[in-house]
Write a protein that binds this ligand. Structure first.
Ligand SMILES: C[S@@+](CC[C@H](N)C(=O)[O-])C[C@H]1O[C@@H](n2cnc3c(N)ncnc32)[C@H](O)[C@@H]1O
Length: 311
């Protein structure tokens, strides 16, 4: 779900055109029910869970009608918290969206291996790939900081040849499991365990160019050899390298950021930098605010900002 920010001219809502009318891309098994008091209450394939949500800075609404959670997360995320369950979990635990299927697992960092709020970005990527000239070669898409592969799966399902990069081997394996579950086979996605900037620089040196680039960097992270990734320091280097890895006639570039780390830069830095770097091609960069709305309380949780450039 997407909504406008206040910087009116630059910010647009995710357009209805993000969805392909012929395919039902609604979630089967995921629903944000409600949020409040720094928590979110969700339904993940019939299991109701409660977990921390720093953006939910309001009291619970309608709390008398909210279901009791069957599982909840407690403790310190940074140190690794714990999950408590009242019943056994589905095995395997899977949610679906359109042709894509995702394996869900509770992790120590409070996440379950999927960011459902990214769905409008997956649709946008799908539509950019679908809108290409079909007489040209299969488009090559690079997904950096790819996690469990939501965007990689969407791009592969749309017909792209995808390279999925993440520094955590476990995440890359999880993406491969999701690809199998989604019926994408072994050929659609190339899996790389590597630091994103290192991989990007290597591809530029080798002259390996991509028609689409997806980047979803965390605020802090570590490369394969422990290299520090700090968004507030390294984002400009990432954007610089990004333009060099794009082909002569690229289809798109997508950058997603979370939380307030982006505020350490001048307002408008990502979209201005992207547009300037891609001046040779033209195109335009939209800024989209991502979020999720509770089905039981209609409260909207902001979930990050996306920068979508297309030719
Ligand atoms: C916030 S998640 C990305 C979410 C994902 N794109 C999605 O929507 O499903 C960040 C991912 O970046 C990875 N990561 C962190 N630092 C990295 C680095 N330096 N190079 C490559 N991957 C990194 C983490 O392992 C994690 O899987």
């Amino acid at each position: 779900m997407t909504a406008p920010l206040s910087r009116a001219n630059l910010i647009i809502m995710g357009s209805p055109g993000d969805k392909n009318a012929s395919e039902d891309r609604s979630w089967k098994g995921y629903e944000l029910l409600a949020s409040g008091n720094g928590q979110r209450l969700e339904m993940w394939n019939s299991v109701t869970i409660l977990r921390p949500e720093s953006e939910a800075r309001w009291p619970w609404q309608n709390d008398q009608i909210l279901p009791q959670p069957q599982g909840y997360y407690s403790g310190d995320r940074a140190m690794g918290g714990t999950w408590s369950w009242k019943a056994s979990l589905p095995e395997p635990w899977i949610v679906h969206r359109g042709s894509l299927s995702f394996l869900i697992k509770p992790t120590k960092s409070k996440h379950l291996g999927l960011f459902p709020e990214q769905d409008s970005n997956w649709d946008w990527v799908t539509n950019r790939i679908a809108s290409r000239d079909h007489h040209t070669a299969v488009p090559k898409v690079l997904n950096l900081f790819g996690y469990t592969g939501g965007a990689s799966l969407a791009a592969a399902a749309a017909g792209a040849s995808v390279t999925h990069v993440d520094s955590a081997r476990a995440m890359v394996s999880w993406c491969s499991e999701n690809a199998q579950l989604s019926g994408l086979g072994n050929q659609a996605i190339r899996y790389i365990v590597e630091d994103s900037l290192t991989f990007l620089q290597r591809e530029i040196r080798r002259g390996n160019f991509y028609d689409g680039l997806i980047m979803d960097p965390p605020t802090f992270g570590r490369g394969k050899k422990g290299e520090l990734w700090k968004l507030s320091e390294h984002l400009p280097y990432l954007l610089n390298a990004a333009q060099e890895v794009l082909s002569e006639q690229p289809l798109f570039l997508l950058l997603n950021t979370y939380g307030s780390a982006i505020e350490s830069f001048n307002e408008g830095m990502p979209e201005t930098t992207i547009s300037k770097r891609l001046e040779r091609i033209g195109g335009s960069c939209e800024v989209i605010k991502l979020g999720l709305e509770g089905t039981l309380d209609a409260m909207w949780i902001p979930c990050g900002t996306s920068y979508r450039w297309s030719a």
